[in-house]
Write a protein that binds this ligand. Structure first.
Ligand code: ADP
Length: 303
């Protein structure tokens, strides 16, 4: 069955945050694509102009480490977003017990993640929903960020769908304190959580509620002191927490090198203003010192 005269529908790939995702063939290019059908819940009038203008901006967001939005169109009251098709994702790599990730492999995956982030942040686009299953991996081992800008366009998904609780594990402390204004730092924090997950091979901070998430963060790094993060007291949901000491990063990540720990500590900075940017992170000595990042084509991937 054809959609919009151009795409040949194939099997369903899965149910995502915003609706069902299916595989399709683009008859124009012969390319395999993934089409996200987005339910337009409340807006009965269909896709509004603001959304369409923003989608147009997302289509211009072209980078080797960002999933390309090939096309977007309304069809039978649903918005359809057409993306390049990707083989697997970083979550599958992390979970696969048969895959050994060397320090060079981890460096390569996190470098590609930061490259995609730095590009989008330069264009003033935030991701806001970074997690390992949003980092897709192509046939040549290239990692690309998926769903860029969608969280802002279609609303933060985690309140609407219960299976989205995992996104909580990647939330920055300013979001957990209810910040309404936030910046690229939220994506850097999430990238740090993914970096940590690559090192540990399990999610690093697994909170089971927003309060518990802050508790997990504080148990790892210690309660933030006003000297570390002066502005936290002005955040809407700020409450004073009982003091807990942090743990040395070396204890939390025994396998990481000094360079890796130094970068990680800067990405996990409490104060979003003091947090390292994606671009600065790429310039950190971790990426120039040995072992150098693995060539994407040589990275281990699930069968
Ligand atoms: P979520 O919102 O839970 O992250 P998604 O909406 O991104 O889920 O995706 C739902 C399903 O579709 C997942 O199983 C994912 O692997 C698959 N999928 C999403 N985008 C692509 C893509 N570009 N190529 C191949 N599969 C994809």
């Amino acid at each position: 069955k054809k959609v919009a005269d151009r795409y040949l529908k194939r099997e369903i790939l899965g149910e995502g945050t915003y609706g069902v995702v299916f595989k399709a063939i683009d008859t124009k290019s012969g390319q395999t694509v993934a089409i996200k059908k987005i339910r337009l819940g409340k807006q009965k009038e269909g896709v509004n102009f603001t959304a369409l203008r923003e989608i147009k901006l997302l289509k211009e967001l072209k980078d080797p480490h960002v999933i390309e939005l090939i096309d977007a169109f309304p069809h039978k009251g649903n918005l359809h977003l057409v993306f390049e098709f990707m083989e697997t994702d970083l979550e599958a790599v992390i979970r696969d017990r048969n895959i050994f990730l060397s320090p060079a492999d981890i460096k390569s995956y996190i470098q590609m993640t930061l490259k995609g982030l730095a590009f989008c942040h330069k264009k003033y686009v935030l991701h806001r929903d970074m997690k390992p299953n949003n980092l897709l991996i192509g046939p040549n081992g290239q990692l690309k960020l998926a769903d860029f800008g969608l969280a802002r366009l279609f609303g933060s998904p985690d309140r609407r769908f219960t299976h989205q609780v995992f996104a909580r594990w990647y939330r920055a402390p300013e979001l957990l304190f209810g910040a309404k204004q936030y910046g690229p730092g939220v994506d850097v924090w999430a990238a740090a959580c993914i970096f940590a997950e690559l090192l540990l091979r399990r999610p690093f901070l697994q909170g089971n509620s927003d309060i518990d998430q802050l508790g997990k963060i504080f148990a790892a790094f210690g309660t933030p002191k006003p000297s570390q993060w002066a502005d936290m007291v002005y955040l809407p949901d700020y409450v004073e927490y009982q003091y807990v000491p942090g743990q040395p990063l070396k204890t939390l990540f025994p396998t990481a090198t000094e360079d890796a720990l130094d970068l990680l500590s800067k990405m996990f900075s409490y104060d979003p203003k003091a947090r390292i940017s994606a671009q600065q992170a790429l310039e950190h000595r971790y990426f120039s010192s040995g072992p150098l990042p693995t060539e994407p084509a040589l990275l281990p991937r699930p069968p």
